[in-house]
Design a protein around this ligand. Structure first.
Ligand SMILES: Nc1nc2c(ncn2[C@@H]2O[C@H](COP(=O)(O)OP(=O)(O)O)[C@@H](O)[C@H]2O)c(=O)[nH]1
Ligand SMILES: [Mg+2]
Ligand SMILES: [Zn+2]
Length: 337
């Protein structure tokens, strides 16, 4: 028997033509597993995912993610999300300490900007290093916005910029308050879908409001989250104009990477790259091994101690690599797909 060839990735028109009449394509703005807000031709439609989308979930918690391109049938009440189009990329994490399933935070983005602040709240290396590693893992271009530089009484900015530029990340310094660095940020955002990731209170909403004349609530979410009443996490996509989108994420306390083992983590720290091959053991985890080039570089002041501490903390949370994995050192590929 001859097998039908695998279909090429179908274009949107082909997909639509195979769906019932009255089905339209849109992009998911926000939602939970029960109802999603989908932007369809400038209108926000609330749609519920069809039951069969839940059948193929596997270890994934919900079938639809913010930023997904979806087909919605408008006939039903409520309208139904019939199909999720193949994702260009996505970022996921372990749902929570009680729930090991994969939680997809958003899909189909051009880049992620880790928004951090100095002063109030202070800069968190750990939070920053976790999300940067996650972006390396999913191959999402990442950079850093360091906001509230007007509050840098302790002079923290210089060291932070040095650490991350040395690791190869662009760092944009901003003050939403003093309107500094905003043009550089705008140039980075225009025409792209960008995730703004960061703790609540760092100034994400203020920056979007200042740049695009929006009226997102300022400061409110911060108190809401800091009271610790809610541990669920929802992102939302904000259409700015035709091709500029911003995905606002809530404060996620601890971002645990999903689907990664100990052997893969060292490749998610670009600043470790020159040293990874120089340890005594080729598969050195840079943890307790003798003659470790990464530890030596930290001691010599060539690598930031903060980066190394983040690495070791994340390493502790991961499972060891399966013994039969020959490509121990390769990034990402094994667990993708
Ligand atoms: N001093 C100073 N305060 C800022 C700056 N940007 C935002 N804020 C303040 O920080 C607080 C939290 O801002 P918000 O935009 O709600 O943060 P979000 O939770 O990341 O969206 C608000 O009181 C803002 O006025 C800044 O550049 N400098
Ligand atoms: Mg906000
Ligand atoms: Zn080592």
């Amino acid at each position: 028997m001859t097998q039908a060839p695998e279909p090429e990735r179908a274009d949107e028109q082909t997909i639509l033509s195979q769906l019932p009449a009255g089905t339209r394509l849109g992009r998911v703005l926000r939602g939970d597993a029960r109802v999603y807000h989908v932007l369809i031709d400038g209108e926000v439609i609330q749609a519920a995912p069809r039951g069969r989308l839940f059948e193929e979930l596997g270890e994934v918690r919900t079938p639809v993610a913010v930023g997904d391109r979806v087909a919605v049938s408008l006939d039903g009440d409520p309208p139904g999300v019939e199909l999720v189009l193949p994702r260009d990329n996505y970022l996921s994490k372990v749902s929570s300490s009680h729930d090991p399933r994969e939680q997809i935070l958003f899909a189909n983005v051009d880049q992620l900007i880790n928004v951090a602040s100095v002063g109030q709240p202070g800069f968190s290396s750990n939070r920053t290093d976790r999300i940067l590693a996650a972006c390396e893992w999913q191959e999402i271009p990442a950079s850093i916005v360091l906001n509230k530089v007007d509050l840098d009484a302790r002079g923290d900015v210089e060291g932070i910029v040095e650490t991350y530029e040395r690791a190869g990340y662009e760092v944009i310094q901003t003050s939403a308050e003093k309107r500094e660095g905003l043009e550089r940020l705008r140039a980075k955002l225009d025409g792209k879908t960008t995730v703004l990731y960061g703790a609540s209170g760092v100034g994400k909403s203020t920056l979007i409001n200042e740049l695009y004349g929006m009226k997102l609530k300022i400061g409110k979410i911060s108190r809401f989250w800091s009271q610790g009443k809610h541990t669920t996490t929802f992102s939302r996509a904000i259409p700015i104009d035709g091709d500029t989108w911003v995905v606002d994420t809530p404060g996620i306390r601890v971002f645990r990477l999903y689907g990664l083992n100990k052997g893969q983590l060292r490749h998610l720290f670009p600043d470790f790259a020159p040293y990874n091959t120089k340890c005594r053991f080729p598969n050195c985890a840079h943890d307790h091994e003798p003659d470790c080039a990464v530890v030596n570089a930290v001691e010599a002041g060539e690598l930031a101690t903060s980066r190394y501490l983040s690495y070791v903390e994340m390493l502790d949370e991961l499972a060891p690599p399966p013994e039969d994995v020959a490509t121990y050192g390769e990034t990402g590929e094994e667990s993708e797909g």
